[in-house]
Design a protein around this ligand. Structure first.
Ligand code: CS2
Ligand code: MG
Length: 402
């Protein structure tokens, strides 16, 4: 089999997505997600101008060799743009191989370690009462694990909290919005929020919380400690992870589990975090961490250190990426949990897929390959629209880490 052609689809059904389609001389094609929120066109150009010309003519079954060729061969290793482009190719090749061998991708990765994958939903509200209502709604939908975020008294708006009830989209159209941030009111508020959630919903529900990289290690240590009575499943991105050693401080002070990794793109970004056991869950995704090939290596390395996976699954990860996460999560032994932030109906129609949610778990489906398609005609009706994540400033005017 040979790769005959590859093309990049940039469209915005509900939000922007970059999708790679790799075609072969046997009529089989594969899809890969290359979406990098707010930097979509950079990955699209990297693929079209620099990667596609190098893969046409190659055997799509040589997944490891093509991965190494794109990673080592480019000289410039790592970084989100490079790794998202490699990830898009890699995932498309796994899709092709599954279709060619007429088997779901999880079978190529070792077969089923489990039937369904535990997923967590997002509940949020402008204040605690609204957040509690949203937790109740998601519990009603069958979720066994729920991430809870709420507005902070005194702050105009908080990232991760919808302005009006219902779904929210992390990126907003146009140039970046500016939001305000203050750590002290946040640190005072969050333990009260979780006290109320536990009081209302009891001990069984898994509860999670995302700190969005805004705390210093010592502030995060204080938060983790104060949340201990509420037995959270994890606190996520407590502090920026460029300084991996920062997590030692948090670890030394609290038993609240820690998740990190949605902005990491290589095993080297998490090497110290994992081998020192400073974290409990690694959250990299197929798209941003070089595809299924590299993410499986990260997961296998993590398994040696009691670290489980908890892949990022916000709306900016396309259905192709969600399918990749579900196939990998089905196969590996140290799967922990999967984020599930449902896509809009527009996204779901442009990307028909076999994976589904039932009673708090998600299933990858039994079709060959990844089980996701792209309706290119329909996608053409949703042209790319500039959109960015917001920028956060502290009350003194300086920027937060994120
Ligand atoms: C978040 C995301 O899902 C999460 O945990 O942190 O909203 C994240 O900020 C976006 O996906 C970034 O693209
Ligand atoms: Mg997050």
């Amino acid at each position: 089999m040979k790769i005959t052609k590859a093309s990049v689809n940039i469209s915005a059904p509900g939000r922007n997505f970059v999708t790679l389609k790799v075609e072969t001389d046997e009529g089989i094609y594969g899809l890969g997600d290359g979406t990098l929120n707010g930097r979509e066109l950079a990955v699209a150009s990297y693929l079209t101008d620099h990667v596609i010309p190098c893969i046409v003519g190659r055997d799509p079954f040589q997944i490891e060799d093509i991965w190494q060729y794109l990673y080592r061969g480019s000289y410039w290793r790592r970084g989100p743009v490079t790794m998202a482009a490699i990830g898009a190719v890699d995932v498309a090749l796994w899709d092709i191989k599954g279709k060619a061998l007429n088997t779901p991708v999880y079978n190529l990765l070792g077969g089923k370690s489990r039937e369904g994958l535990l997923v967590y939903a997002h509940a949020n509200g402008t204040d605690v009462d609204h957040a509690l209502e949203d937790v109740a709604k998601h519990k009603e939908l069958g979720y066994k694990a729920i991430r809870v975020q709420s507005g902070i008294p005194g702050l105009a708006g908080t990232y991760g909290v919808a302005k009006t009830p219902g779904r929210y989209e992390p990126a907003e159209r146009g140039l970046p919005q500016e939001c305000e941030w203050a750590t002290e009111p946040y640190l005072r508020h969050v333990p009260k929020l979780f006290a109320r959630v536990r009081e209302a919903f009891g001990e069984e529900l898994h509860l999670l919380h995302d700190c969005h990289h805004r705390l210093t290690p010592m502030e995060a240590a204080r938060l983790g400690k104060e949340l201990e009575p509420f037995h959270l499943f994890w606190i996520e991105d407590p502090t920026p992870a460029e300084l991996q050693e920062g997590f030692r401080t948090i670890r030394d002070h609290t038993t609240t589990p820690i998740a990190v990794g949605e902005v990491l793109n290589s095993i080297w970004d998490a090497h110290d975090l994992i081998r020192n056991q400073w974290i409990d869950y690694i959250r990299m995704t197929a798209v941003h961490a070089g595809g299924i090939t590299h993410l499986k290596k990260v997961a296998d390395f993590a398994s040696l250190y009691h670290v489980r996976t908890g892949c990022h699954g916000a709306t900016d990860l396309s259905p192709v990426c969600m399918a990749a996460a579900l196939h990998l999560g089905t196969a590996i032994h140290n799967f922990g949990i999967q984020e599930h932030m449902p896509h809009t109906d527009e996204t779901d129609t442009v990307f028909p897929h076999q994976y589904f949610f039932q009673d708090g778990l998600m299933y990858p489906g039994e079709g060959p390959g990844l089980g996701v398609d792209l309706d290119e005609k329909l996608a053409a009706k949703y042209p790319y629209q500039r959109a960015y994540l917001p920028v956060n400033r502290k009350l003194d005017g300086t920027l937060t880490d994120w």
